[in-house]
Design a protein around this ligand. Structure first.
Ligand SMILES: Cc1cc2nc3c(=O)[nH]c(=O)nc-3n(C[C@H](O)[C@H](O)[C@H](O)COP(=O)(O)OP(=O)(O)OC[C@H]3O[C@@H](n4cnc5c(N)ncnc54)[C@H](O)[C@@H]3O)c2cc1C
Length: 499
């Protein structure tokens, strides 16, 4: 609709940055919780990758991104994001993010797996995500063109013949929209073991698919190797920066479990996650040996990790932290270009919800938050330059329905077992069967089905997708792409809505 706002679904870094760049166009940001809660951005510990050090260049950052990406990184996308990253850090600095600096006032840069240089920009030690999110929230609150609608769970993108007309909420409200941006994060909540907010359960995938958009590379789910193996849901994360600071991964005898990998603890995330998974599968618990490497420095250097451990009754100053792999980041997502365009007029995707080709088959650490920040201005630019997709008001009436903001435990256990760090054809086929029976009426099942079906269709091991029945990389070097019709052939896409 011509005078309707742009609706941004999600209030993490991607959604809030897009909204800020869209202003002074009127924007409504939807968030199910109050601002600052339920967004993975606020949980980011390691930091933001940007080539800002004197020995670094964006070309090197892009090359490192490609090197871990399992042959599927789009080099032009990697270069564009790496080129933009330093300026986005400067933008956050101007918004008031207080980054950690060395004694000379230069940004203090951390090192993480897969990076050939120190380039992880941090704030408040391991509190980088919260510091960034707080600055974005303050800027959003000060911007009169942006309306924030808290307690709003989006369930459908409403389209007419010419494209997006509006967005429907779970309570049945229909919001007319000039355009819609899916910035609703990842899919960790579809797995029993996850480090992400539980509301990250793939609603963006379901909404995009039902609106007719494609889903790219959904099979690639990054499992973080060092979620803390504590009695918690979601599992607290022991940041990769710990390994960057030399903390070894050991078994109960103190032997290093990554000793045989040439890069040791700084091997790519998928390799470390698989090793930890395999150790645990044969009954050996794995630990981060914080007492040996950091000891009394832990609380000052890693305050969030220390606090999470202590809340569970474990002091990482004196005791090693038990760890396990857990679903952490969706590498795939709604197929989108660097401007967020999805192929459905007026529908855009940004941040973790999108798959732009930056991460390929495996995400380089700390390239997550920066992706949304890098692409947000380009998404805003594309929307501002386009007329409203469909100038008519949405006519659909949407029945109120339960928000699919938590996946059922049975589904989460199934995804963990059959679609976890190591998969096989039989397990994936069984998961697809189970999910296909439910996907028409349950959006979490649809999102999980897209992931399981994409994984079933890739009988090779590549990046974060490991198949025990196909351990070698074969000839399926391309991206995968699925639409609703591929997974739920008979779905009408808008069930629950009456025109
Ligand atoms: C524990 C942890 C540590 C991490 N550490 C790092 C790190 O150090 N560096 C890094 O680069 N990346 C890190 N990541 C990944 C990174 O945090 C995310 O990829 C990134 O923040 C995603 O930003 P986003 O804005 O796309 O999504 P999010 O920040 O997850 O925001 C998504 C938003 O969408 C909302 N939403 C979801 N569904 C709906 C719906 N149906 N209707 C309305 N709103 C909805 C959510 O409530 C939320 O507000 C980490 C992730 C986790 C979980």
């Amino acid at each position: 609709m011509a005078d309707a706002p742009v609706i941004v679904v999600g209030a993490g870094a991607a959604g809030l940055a897009t909204a800020l760049h869209l202003a002074p166009l009127p924007v409504t940001v939807l968030t199910p919780a109050s601002l600052g809660r339920e967004a993975a951005t606020g949980w980011a510990q390691g930091g933001l990758a940007a080539a800002v050090g004197p020995d670094d260049t964006p070309a090197r950052h892009a090359a490192d991104t490609e090197a871990v990406g399992g042959g599927l990184v789009d080099p032009a996308v990697a270069r564009a994001v790496a080129d933009a990253a330093p300026e986005r850090i400067a933008w956050l600095d101007r918004l008031g993010t207080v980054f950690d600096r060395d004694d000379g006032g230069a940004l203090a840069l951390g090192l993480e797996a897969g990076h050939s240089r120190r380039r992880i920009v941090r704030a408040a030690g391991d509190g980088s995500g919260k510091a960034v999110l707080d600055a974005l929230i303050a800027a959003v609150r000060a911007e009169p063109a942006i309306t924030v609608r808290e307690g709003a769970w989006a369930v459908r993108v409403l389209t007419g013949e010419a494209g997006v007309q509006g967005v429907a909420l779970a309570d049945g409200t229909v919001l007319p929209a000039r355009a819609a941006v899916l910035a609703c994060g990842g899919v960790g909540g579809l797995f029993a073991g996850t480090t992400t907010p539980l509301g990250a359960c793939g609603q963006g995938l379901a909404m995009a698919a039902r609106a007719g958009a494609g889903i790219r590379n959904a099979e690639f789910v990054q499992f973080h190797p060092t979620a803390m193996d504590l009695d918690a849901d979601p599992l607290p994360l022991a940041t990769e920066a710990l390994r960057g600071e030399g903390v070894p991964l050991v078994d109960a005898t103190g032997a290093r479990v990554m000793a045989r990998h040439p890069a040791g603890e700084l091997a790519p995330r998928d390799a470390v996650a698989r090793t930890v998974h395999e150790c645990r599968a044969v009954g050996h618990a794995v630990y981060l040996d914080t007492p040996t490497q950091l000891g009394g420095d832990m609380p000052a250097r890693f305050p969030r990790v220390t606090a999470a451990c202590r809340a569970a009754g474990l002091d990482p100053v004196t005791r090693a932290i038990p760890v396990r792999p857990a679903a952490h980041f969706h590498i795939g997502g709604v197929a989108a270009d660097l401007h967020g365009r999805t192929g459905v007029d007026g529908l855009y995707a940004c941040g973790e919800a999108a798959c732009t080709g930056l991460h390929g088959a495996n995400r380089l650490a700390s390239n997550g938050v920066i992706e949304g920040l890098a692409t947000a201005p380009w998404v805003a630019e594309a929307i501002a330059a386009s007329p409203p997709a469909d100038a008519r008001a949405p006519r659909a009436q949407v029945q109120p329905q339960a928000a699919a903001d938590r996946a059922p435990l049975a589904l989460r256990r199934l995804m963990e077992r059959n679609c976890g760090p190591v998969r096989d054809g039989a397990g994936l086929a069984a998961a697809v069967d189970w999910l296909a029976d439910r996907a028409d009426r349950d959006d979490t099942a649809l999102a999980a089905l897209v992931i399981a079906e994409a994984a079933r269709r890739r009988p090779e091991t590549r990046g974060a997708h490991a198949r025990r029945d196909a351990p070698d990389a074969e000839a399926i070097a391309g991206d995968s792409q699925l639409t609703l019709a591929d997974v739920v052939p008979r779905s009408v896409g808008l069930e629950g809505c009456a025109a």
